[in-house]
Write a new protein. Structure first.
Length: 174
């Protein structure tokens, strides 16, 4: 009985001590990693901008414009229909095909019907659709930053890969 009280008293003494915080093993400052990441992304962006400009120069049949959202686009077939305001809740039906900058087809043409605010489309396509009219066809060139980014689509489009997307807007339901 005497020994059990000593054991309990010893356990209370040991369990009540506070542990001291340990120092970080990695001594590289976080700011250095952020600076490296910024420089790395700027370099990738400049390479992709050059590739996109080269693609546009080779495609002399179309006149390209730059969107404030960071992509280039050209109207392939214009529409005479009046422009409808596309809202976040709009349901759009459109056809889409995806190519690499070397004109290799990645995804063949498919027809999609999506509600804009609940779709899993890339940001570039969402913003591009907002520029369109019904029965209009536009060719978009998206850098990887507006398309699938660092990881690609984890299927056919690799990381840091700019893409060309041909879209024909078929129907707008508000």
């Amino acid at each position: 009985m005497k020994h059990s009280w000593l054991f309990i008293l010893g356990m209370l003494f040991v369990s009540c001590t506070q542990s001291k915080p340990r120092r970080a093993i990695n001594k590289v400052k976080a700011s250095k990693k952020v600076e490296y990441s910024i420089l790395y992304n700027k370099k990738i962006n400049s390479i992709q901008e050059k590739l996109i400009k080269d693609y546009i120069q080779k495609d002399s049949l179309l006149t390209y414009e730059y969107s404030p959202y960071g992509f280039a686009y050209a109207v392939v077939k214009s529409s005479t229909k009046p422009k409808k305001v596309i809202k976040e809740s709009s349901v759009l039906t459109f056809s889409k095909s995806v190519f690499l900058l070397n004109n290799k087809e990645v995804y063949p043409e498919e027809i999609l019907t999506v509600k804009l605010n609940t779709s899993n489309l890339i940001k570039g396509i969402i913003e591009g659709l907002k520029l369109m009219r019904e029965d209009e066809e536009i060719k978009f060139i998206f850098s990887s930053f507006v398309a699938h980014g660092l990881n690609g689509d984890k299927n056919k489009i690799g990381s840091h890969t700019p893409i060309v997307v041909n879209i024909k807007l078929l129907k707008i339901n508000n």
